[in-house]
Design a protein around this ligand. Sequence first.
Ligand SMILES: Cc1cc2nc3c(=O)[nH]c(=O)nc-3n(C[C@H](O)[C@H](O)[C@H](O)COP(=O)(O)OP(=O)(O)OC[C@H]3O[C@@H](n4cnc5c(N)ncnc54)[C@H](O)[C@@H]3O)c2cc1C
Length: 323
Amino acid sequence: MKVAIIGAGLAGLRCGQVLQAAGVSVSWFEKSRAVAGRMSAKRLWGGHVDLGAQYFTARNPAFIQQVHQWQQAGLVAPWLGSIYRYQDNHLVASPDSELRYVGMPAMHSPLRANVPDTAIQLNCRITELQYTDNWQLTASDGSQFTGFDQLVLAIPPAQARNLLTIDTGLQQQLPSQLLLPCHAVALQLSQAISHEAAAIFVRQGPLCWAARHSSKPGRLTEHQQWVLHFNAGYSQQHVDTAAEQLISVAASELSTMLAEPVQVKDSCHHRWLYASVANPAEQPGLLKSDQLPCLVIGDWCFGGRVENAWLAGQAAAEELLNG
Ligand SMILES: Cc1cc2nc3c(=O)[nH]c(=O)nc-3n(C[C@H](O)[C@H](O)[C@H](O)COP(=O)(O)OP(=O)(O)OC[C@H]3O[C@@H](n4cnc5c(N)ncnc54)[C@H](O)[C@@H]3O)c2cc1C
């Protein structure tokens, strides 16, 4: 069996790794210049800064086992900083029993550690699909890839909808408007912040999250770095707002929350068009075509988040191996 996987985020990578271990021939196609999708960190300020996924939790026994393997290999570590909540104009300690893990030294580390280079086409955006006896994929530069028995689209539903122009019966099953955007801002500060908060769940104003990046294990601590996320509603309303304006709003909000001046030495912005699921309770599961050998998967199948991306990849591989 030859399988083509479009998308080398955690779901696509996990699916392919399980298939390869069972002796299946796998080819990945990824539009970015590196794997990891929404777990990617940006090379910045002499290290990497996590602009997408901030941490992950593990509840499923199989995923817990995976996390322990990553931990033994030094690819992830628990993040034990103090958690706060900002609500009703107050910053209050919000300790919980959640064990939060981060990739070491960047969120993408466990994904990039053992990727077989030869089977992955990077910088390769698939723009067209055809099926006659087997799958034929066409990339944006005109390159063609043929001869695949099975196709896995490990990408957000809106991107899958654009690709699935031939009749698979999947268009109708794809949930609409499931993943919402998020503006992410990283700030390097020129002064130390005295407040002890490592992360803040923000429940008012334009932000939803603020993290002292340098409090995560394995990160550079020389300068104070913060990562701030705008909430989905604000990000949607300001989807085309200029980076400078968002950076200025983020710095001002951080200063208000911490009740300290925030002097920005350098900054960076990233817009995620498809960030997190709108309604985690809506869990369509793996989408499988009745007409053609094709699956559509991603974190959104099981309610979003890193753990569910891994579980979706695992479930897709089991579906292809066991039918
Ligand atoms: C700002 C932000 C904060 C988050 N915070 C957390 C958190 O704290 N905890 C948590 O558990 N989760 C968090 N998440 C969610 C987490 O990152 C995702 O659940 C997980 O990474 C999704 O993996 P995936 O493989 O399903 O999808 P993705 O990572 O989106 O992978 C899809 C891949 O497909 C590629 N692709 C798309 N279309 C094509 C095409 N046509 N051709 C080729 N390649 C294509 C993309 O480039 C991408 O690499 C966050 C996400 C964001 C964006």
